[in-house]
Design a protein around this ligand. Structure first.
Ligand code: BG6
Length: 467
């Protein structure tokens, strides 16, 4: 197989990390707007409300809201054929449960999509990328509650109808599998565990089920509104190796992937597979699927799988019989944030997902978060970023050309420096475009091309031939 003509090349962002303007034009608060910044290894502090005198990185982001024209012109200069962004849910429904949407919010995305289309850039839109309206968390307990399903469906219906002639590619929930993997799935499902008595495992399974049904309903209604829509799920894919060739460790690597397949099985097959029911048993949870829900899940299967890939892990069963997952593979170098660098892991992940589902794959996040230095002459020589991305693109090409995996696009994470989700930092930079802003929010927000800017332009121009 060759890299197809029309292969989507571009970059990915999320509203809460990029837009800023957190209260502009009637926007309500999202879960991101009460999350403070931190640093590597320190969890971000989450508040119930915005507190006076505290710094919340999402409030300004890097001001895409007011600078979208300048940024999109730069993406166009690099030759992007796609650009992934999310619609900030509380920009459209400030509390999440209103009857009518906020017209000013809808008008903003009209302007953004028009600007992208002007340059022939295909928008790829995530419907929920860590931007659940905060009000839904306080009033309903977020995705613990089935009551969010109709609110999400309505939000999707409104944006599908509004942008049906501007947007073709949609993703439902960003990294939905992290709902099971995270100790506290705040970003993914708006869930903070405060009550010691709450059965956390069960809550995560229920939140996932509610999101699966919501996603399936979105797929169904999206296809009714425009049969040409392509609607995908979005996973974080954690390629995992056994720490040794001991059979227990080989099995451990499989165990580590089960929560991820749990989500993709339901969204791609349309039902809870044996992998899913076995995981429920293993973890001691249970999901009762009504006939009605079963019908919706089957009807609302996704058209493709999008995923993020940053690094691989190793798995091991310790002497107590517990699964231990680490990022300390001795064969791999690591980034400034201790993430192993493993391009072959991307090829392995592509093969594993394609073998299992036989659905087109879209790499919608991949990249290197690094500290960039502005030289005396103002240049940014980010060769390390070029090396990382080039090796991963080469691995993707091998998956396409040698392994015959069907890949529809590559959109690396953060083509312009934006706020980090893990830490809220600015200094963890992924971009081809540098943004003058520091971790405390100081800076002019001025944009500047890095060395990697021209490199990526060349990659796209040659359809990936020249990395
Ligand atoms: C993914 C998220 O998990 O990783 C993005 O979908 C996030 O929102 C990206 O930004 C990189 O993580 P971080 O912590 O480096 O921003």
């Amino acid at each position: 197989m060759e890299i197809k003509k029309g292969f989507l090349w571009g970059g990915s962002t999320a509203a809460n990390q990029y837009e800023g303007a957190y209260l502009a034009d009637g926007k309500g608060l999202s879960i991101a707007d009460v999350e403070m910044g931190s640093e590597h290894g320190v969890p971000r502090e989450i508040h119930d409300e915005v507190k006076e005198g505290k710094y919340y990185p999402s409030h300004e982001g890097v001001d895409f809201y007011h600078r979208y024209k300048e940024d999109i012109a730069l993406f166009a200069e690099m030759g992007f054929t796609c650009f992934r962004l999310s619609i900030n849910w509380p920009r459209i429904f400030p509390n999440g449960d209103e009857e009518t949407p906020n017209e000013a919010g809808l008008a903003f995305y009209d302007k953004v999509f028009d600007e992208l289309l002007k340059y022939g850039i295909e928008p790829v839109v995530t419907l929920s990328h860590y931007e659940t309206p905060l009000y839904l968390v306080h009033k309903y307990g977020s995705w613990r509650s089935r009551e969010l399903i109709p609110f999400f469906k309505k939000f999707c219906e409104v944006v599908f109808k509004r942008y049906k002639n501007k947007v073709k590619y949609w993703l439902t929930f960003n990294e939905i599998n992290e709902t099971l993997n995270q100790k506290q799935p705040y970003h993914q499902a708006g869930i903070v565990f405060k009550d010691e008595q709450e059965n956390r495992i069960q809550t995560k399974f229920i939140a996932c089920h509610n999101m699966f049904v919501a996603s399936a309903k979105a797929v169904i209604i999206g296809h009714e509104i425009n049969p040409d829509f392509k609607i995908g799920c979005m996973l974080q894919y954690p390629t995992t190796y056994p720490a040794t060739c001991e059979p227990e460790d080989v099995f451990a690597a499989r165990l580590h992937l089960l929560p991820d397949y749990y989500c993709s099985d339901v969204m791609c097959y349309g039902y809870y597979s044996n992998t899913c029911t076995a995981l429920q048993k293993r973890w001691g949870g249970h999901v009762e699927v009504s006939d009605k829900d079963a019908e919706i899940l089957l009807k609302g299967k996704v058209d493709f799988i999008s995923f993020s890939y940053y690094f691989s892990s190793t798995a091991h069963i310790n002497e107590e019989g517990n699964l231990v997952v680490k990022n300390d593979n001795p064969y791999l170098k690591r980034t400034d944030w201790d993430w192993p660098i493993d391009p072959l892991g991307l090829r392995i992940g592509l093969n594993e997902l394609y073998d299992r589902y036989q659905l087109p794959l879209f790499i919608v996040e991949n990249g290197l978060g690094a500290i960039d230095k502005v030289e005396m002459d103002g240049s940014i020589q980010d060769d390390y970023r070029i090396d990382y991305l080039a090796s991963h693109i080469e691995a993707m090409k091998d998956a396409i050309m040698i392994d015959d995996v069907d890949v529809m696009g590559y959109a690396c994470w953060g083509p312009i420096d934006i706020i980090s989700v893990g830490t809220g930092e600015m200094r963890k930079r992924y971009g081809f475009i540098y943004v003058d802003k520091d971790d405390d929010g100081n800076g002019t927000l001025q944009r500047k091309k890095k060395k990697s800017f021209d490199w990526y332009k060349k990659v796209i121009k040659t359809n990936g031939a020249d990395t």
